[in-house]
Design a protein around this ligand. Structure first.
Ligand code: UDX
Length: 447
């Protein structure tokens, strides 16, 4: 149930390992597109996989979600959104609707496994169970938890090559069925990790909050690097070589965004408080991530303005990257949504370009110009601000760009530009957690 990121990728992944899968959604429009082989989300490799399982293996089909179809299936995966509510908690409205619909449709003479894949607070399986039973008190079913760990942009790869498949079951019947479903992957050598349901539910939050903590730690340290002259990328590598720490998710940047980390950190904090548990560390992560983004606004403004001093600039800059990270068209909780409006308030004019997120950005971003290409974005501008680490931006030929820019100033909030090349080309360059190129020159002068 649900053909968003989680539902669609899960359905295709299960089809790929040999199961017959129906992906159902309440949107007619989505179902029609998907049945015609047209992806409804942007994801690397999705179109090929969709068409393979629609037309070659015929392991997948798409249907409108109604109560009538529920009883046809042995296992139902709930993959609906659990967005953030106004108070930071997890909004379980769609999950409740899904469970009620399932309850109405279940055949009481047939045992069914209801798998929750949506990200939910611990103990939510009891709520799902209650919702089903209120509709259908005699229904024969178990609820299990099977959290997903898919990253947008590499979701298909992540599903097909999981670090672990987590399942939480509280009956042997449901456990056996879940083991059978993932058996083809276990045979390939992937680890199936089985726990009780509440632990499985918490594992999902714990993983996302821990990764958010790593990112926030390195971002906080980046400020110390800037004032001391240390280099945050070298520090991250230096600590990451210790296997107890690990090198991943230590890339300094403008703060974590996207559809999961901001929402899940808030939701876990909210849930813990409801349970009477104090979460000082998680609360600090949320607050440091937010203040980190905010601190980058005056830094960006000042770096441009200080490097324009004496050279008349109209404050018209190119912003490269609008999505919350590379490889996706998703702009949910992207730093672009915080930094761009603040720079507009500071009197900047902005022309933005993103290889994938333009359509989504145009729906919500006001008072900026959108360029059709990287070249058009930078042409004649007073500087460049990089917000997303798209490979296209790390491969920019700055020698060529230098010829078209009015002022050679770069603010790189993803640390993707080659500093040595930039220095030779006489750019002023700011990146996170390093001495800016301008200040290196200043220091030399001060000696
Ligand atoms: C995340 C989890 O990684 C995934 O397991 C879960 O299922 C869903 O949430 P996703 O939101 O797609 O995936 O993106 P991810 O790649 O984890 O990045 C999240 C944010 O952290 C992005 O804003 C990214 O730019 C930022 N990030 C990530 C960093 O700033 N530094 C890093 O080192 C890694």
């Amino acid at each position: 149930m649900g053909t968003g990121y989680v539902g669609l990728i899960t359905a295709l992944g299960l089809a790929d390992i040999g199961h017959k899968v129906t992906a159902a959604d309440i949107s007619d429009e989505k179902i029609e597109k998907l049945n015609n082989g047209i992806p409804v989300i942007y994801e690397e490799g999705l179109e090929e996989m969709l068409q393979k399982h629609l037309y070659q293996t015929k392991n997948i089909n798409f249907r409108l979600m109604t109560t009538e179809i529920v009883s046809e299936y042995d296992v139902i995966f709930i993959c609906v959104g659990t967005p953030q509510a106004y108070d930071g908690s997890s909004n379980l409205r769609y999950l409740d609707d899904a469970a009620k619909m399932i309850g109405q449709g279940l055949d009481e003479n047939k045992y069914t496994v209801i798998v929750n894949k949506s990200t939910v607070p611990p103990k939510t399986h009891l709520r799902v169970k209650r919702n089903i039973l209120t509709q259908n008190p005699k229904a024969s079913f178990d609820v299990v938890s099977n959290p997903e760990f898919l990253k947008e942009g590499t979701a298909i790869h992540d599903f097909m090559n999981p670090d672990r498949i987590v399942i939480g079951c509280n009956t042997s019947q449901s456990s056996q069925i879940m083991n059978d479903i993932y058996q083809p992957m276990v045979e390939q050598g992937f680890k199936l990790y089985e726990t009780d349901i509440i632990s499985a539910e918490l594992i999902k939050y714990a993983a996302n909050v821990f990764l958010s903590t790593k990112i926030t730690f390195i971002n906080e340290l980046s400020h110390l690097c800037e004032v001391t002259g240390a280099d945050i990328d070298l520090v991250a590598q230096g600590i990451g070589l210790d296997p107890r720490i690990g090198e991943k998710f230590l890339k300094a940047g403008p703060g974590y965004g996207g559809s999961c980390f901001p929402k899940d950190t808030q939701a876990l904090s909210y849930f813990a408080k409801q349970q009477g548990v104090v979460t000082n560390l998680i609360d600090a992560v949320i607050s440091v991530n937010s203040s980190h983004v905010l601190s980058l606004i005056p830094k960006t403004r000042d770096f441009f303005e200080n490097n324009w001093q004496g050279k008349s600039a109209k404050k018209h800059i190119a912003v490269l990257g609008l999505s919350f990270k590379a490889g996706t068209d998703d702009i949910r909780d992207a730093v672009s949504l915080r930094i761009i409006p603040a720079l507009l308030d500071e009197g900047f004019e902005i022309t933005a370009y993103d290889p994938a997120a333009m359509e989504n950005a145009k729906k919500v971003m006001e008072n900026i110009n959108f360029a059709d290409s990287l070249q058009e974005a930078v042409d004649g501008k007073d500087g460049v601000l990089i917000l997303t680490e798209w490979p296209e931006f790390s491969q920019i030929n700055w020698e060529e760009v230098a010829k078209t820019l009015k002022h050679k100033v770069i603010v790189d909030l993803r640390n993707i530009v080659d500093r040595k090349k930039i220095k030779k080309l006489d750019f002023s360059y700011y990146s996170i957690g390093k001495s800016s190129i301008q200040s290196i020159e200043d220091r030399k002068e001060n000696k």
